[in-house]
Write a protein that binds this ligand. Structure first.
Ligand SMILES: C[S@@+](CC[C@H](N)C(=O)[O-])C[C@H]1O[C@@H](n2cnc3c(N)ncnc32)[C@H](O)[C@@H]1O
Length: 229
């Protein structure tokens, strides 16, 4: 795959929360750090098989965890530079079961119905206003096979502090509290068999972001199984 170095600028009001950076100047590791402890532990022990979609995968923070277990992974993002870094940092032995797909999560997904055994999405869905979030969940539900599984790492109580000490927010992001997020996710996934676990406080210095900021959040890990449909 070609190395895509062209930055994609954010358009917060249109639901495009990109970094506007060339991911090939950000080093080998993900710009989002190592990941939530509980999410990593969960991915390690959970049964993950068949064809998975890593939705808004970014530059691949959790992608190898999926690839090591699933039969096939489609990593998707609107930012082609992030996806091409993900591809180039994936060990060659896993690339034959990896595909990358560029698309806008706010628009209809470019997949047939019932095409995935599992869908994973981390650190992204909390950014969308509720009505947009509901549309995204509808698309996730459409492309997930009966019996399929959804894993969502959903950030809450977010604080981003710039190097000048200013609070950063993006567009119309809802800035959910932990309790609000739990209520919303329970409601949206009421037809699923769900498990909602609280994540511990997450702190990270996102130096490669545009602009860079110190980040703290709480969050929940939702696991939802599409039963009886
Ligand atoms: C905070 S990052 C999380 C990346 C990755 N899931 C992780 O946990 O490391 C959010 C990702 O969502 C992508 N993104 C933002 N808006 C999007 C949209 N409308 N459609 C698809 N991807 C989008 C960004 O490019 C970025 O890679």
């Amino acid at each position: 795959m070609e190395k895509i170095t062209k930055p994609l600028d954010a358009k917060d009001k249109a639901g495009i929360f990109t970094e506007g950076i060339n991911y090939f100047v950000t080093g080998e590791n993900s710009i989002w750090g190592k990941g939530d402890k509980e999410t990593l532990e969960f991915l390690d022990k959970e049964e993950i098989k068949g064809k998975w979609l890593n939705l808004a995968s970014g530059d691949g923070r959790y992608n190898l965890n999926l690839l090591k277990k699933a039969n096939f992974v489609v990593a998707s993002d609107i930012d082609e530079s992030a996806l091409s870094k993900l591809w180039h940092t994936t060990p060659e032995e896993y690339r034959n079961k990896l595909e990358t797909k560029v698309f806008d999560i706010v628009k209809p997904f470019p997949f047939e119905g019932n095409s995935f055994d599992g869908i994973f999405c981390a650190g992204t869905l909390h950014l969308f206003p509720v009505e947009v979030f509901k549309k995204i969940i509808k698309e996730i539900d459409r492309i997930l096979k009966p019996g399929g599984k959804i894993i969502i790492d959903f950030a809450t109580d977010i604080k981003r502090i710039s190097s000048e000490g200013k609070l950063i927010t993006f567009g119309d992001e809802p800035l959910y509290t932990l309790e609000e997020a739990k209520i919303l996710l329970k409601e949206l996934f009421k037809d699923y068999k769900t498990m909602i676990n609280e994540l511990s406080v997450f702190e990270e210095d996102f130096k490669a972001c545009n602009p860079p900021y110190k980040f703290t959040c709480r969050g929940v890990l939702l696991v939802a199984e599409k039963v009886n449909r």
